[in-house]
Design a protein around this ligand. Structure first.
Ligand SMILES: C[S@@+](CC[C@H](N)C(=O)[O-])C[C@H]1O[C@@H](n2cnc3c(N)ncnc32)[C@H](O)[C@@H]1O
Length: 257
C-alpha cells in the first residue's frame, strides 16, 4: 500500500478513533517508559504514539521516528513539539536501514508496521543493532484471519478481504512472530492479544474508517470492481445495530541480550 497523502490522512483519522486511542494505551503500558528513555518508533506514521511517548520520557528523553512515507512524516511533524517533552526527531528511512548508531536506544517500538515489511529478519537485525544491550522492543501487528465482519453477502466479503490482504507483505505475521523474534536473538517476555470490537455501526469507530480504506484499495484486485467495492461498503454502513466487527492485534515485548 502506498501511504500517499490521501491514505495517510485516512489512517490518521482512524487512528484518532477511541478504539485506537485505547490500543495506544495498552501499547504504552507495555512500553513502561521512564523519564530520560531514548526511544525509536519505526514506521512512526501520523506521530500519535510518538507524541504520547514524548510526554512520558520528558525533556531528558529522546524520541526518534522513521518512516518511508513523506506524507506520514509531514503529518507527524505537526505533532513534533510536545509540552514537557523533547522535540520528536523525524527522518525518512526504512526499517531495513535505520539511520542511527549502534546501541543508541533503550526502547524500539513499531506498531502496525512489520506486517508491511518484506525482510522482517533484516529489520530485526537492525533493531538489535540500535538497541543497547538489555534494551527492549515492543511490536504490535494484526493477524487478519482474526477478522469477524458481518455482511449480507459472505462471498463478496471473502473476495474483498482476500483482495485487501494484498496491501500487506504478511497478513498473518503474529502467528510466527514469537519464533521469528527468537531466531533473531530476542527473548519474548510478554505476549498479549489486543482486540478491537465494534458491535454496532458508528462512523467515529476504527472499523467505519477502515471501510473507506478497504473500498479505496480493493477495486481492480482479485476481480473486485468499483461497483462491488461500493456495494460492499454501502451494505456494511447500512447494517446499523446489526453491524459487527471484531479484529485482533497481537502485542510482543522482547528483550535483546
Ligand atoms: C498502518 S501505519 C502505522 C503507523 C504508526 N506506527 C501507528 O501505529 O500509528 C504503517 C506505517 O508504516 C510505514 N512503513 C511501512 N513499511 C515501512 C518500512 N519498511 N520502514 C519504515 N516504515 C514503514 C508506513 O509508511 C506507515 O506510515
Amino acid at each position: 500500500m502506498q501511504f500517499d497523502l490521501g491514505v495517510s490522512q485516512q489512517v490518521e483519522a482512524v487512528y484518532t478513533s477511541a478504539d485506537v486511542v485505547e490500543q495506544r494505551r495498552v501499547v504504552r503500558a507495555a512500553l513502561a517508559l521512564r523519564p530520560g528513555d531514548r526511544v525509536l518508533d519505526i514506521g512512526v506514521g501520523p506521530g500519535l504514539l510518538a507524541a504520547e511517548m514524548a510526554a512520558e520520557v520528558g525533556p531528558d528523553g529522546r524520541i526518534c521516528g522513521i518512516d518511508i512515507s513523506e506524507s506520514m512524516l509531514a503529518i507527524a511533524a505537526t505533532r513534533a513539539e510536545v509540552a514537557g517533552g523533547p522535540t520528536i526527531e523525524l527522518e525518512l528511512a526504512s526499517a531495513g536501514r535505520i539511520p542511527h548508531a549502534a546501541e543508541s536506544f533503550d526502547v524500539v517500538v513499531s506498531t502496525q508496521v512489520f506486517e508491511y515489511i518484506e525482510d522482517v529478519a533484516g529489520a530485526l537485525e537492525e533493531v538489535r543493532r540500535v538497541l543497547r544491550p538489555g534494551g527492549r522492543v515492543v511490536l504490535l501487528d494484526t493477524d487478519w484471519d482474526s477478522l469477524v465482519w458481518r455482511s449480507s453477502d459472505d462471498e463478496r466479503m471473502r473476495r474483498v478481504l482476500t483482495a485487501f490482504e494484498q496491501h500487506l507483505a504478511d497478513p498473518h505475521l503474529p502467528r510466527t512472530f514469537d519464533d521469528v523474534l527468537t531466531k533473531a536473538g530476542f527473548t519474548v517476555t510478554h505476549l498479549q492479544a489486543v482486540p478491537l470490537l465494534n458491535a454496532r455501526y458508528d462512523e467515529r469507530s476504527y472499523s467505519a474508517g477502515l471501510i473507506d480504506i478497504v473500498a479505496g484499495f480493493v477495486p481492480g484486485r482479485d476481480k473486485v470492481t468499483d461497483v462491488e467495492a461500493k456495494a460492499w461498503a454501502d451494505d456494511l454502513r447500512g447494517l446499523g445495530s446489526g453491524y459487527f466487527f471484531s479484529l485482533n492485534r497481537y502485542l510482543f515485548v522482547a528483550s535483546a541480550l
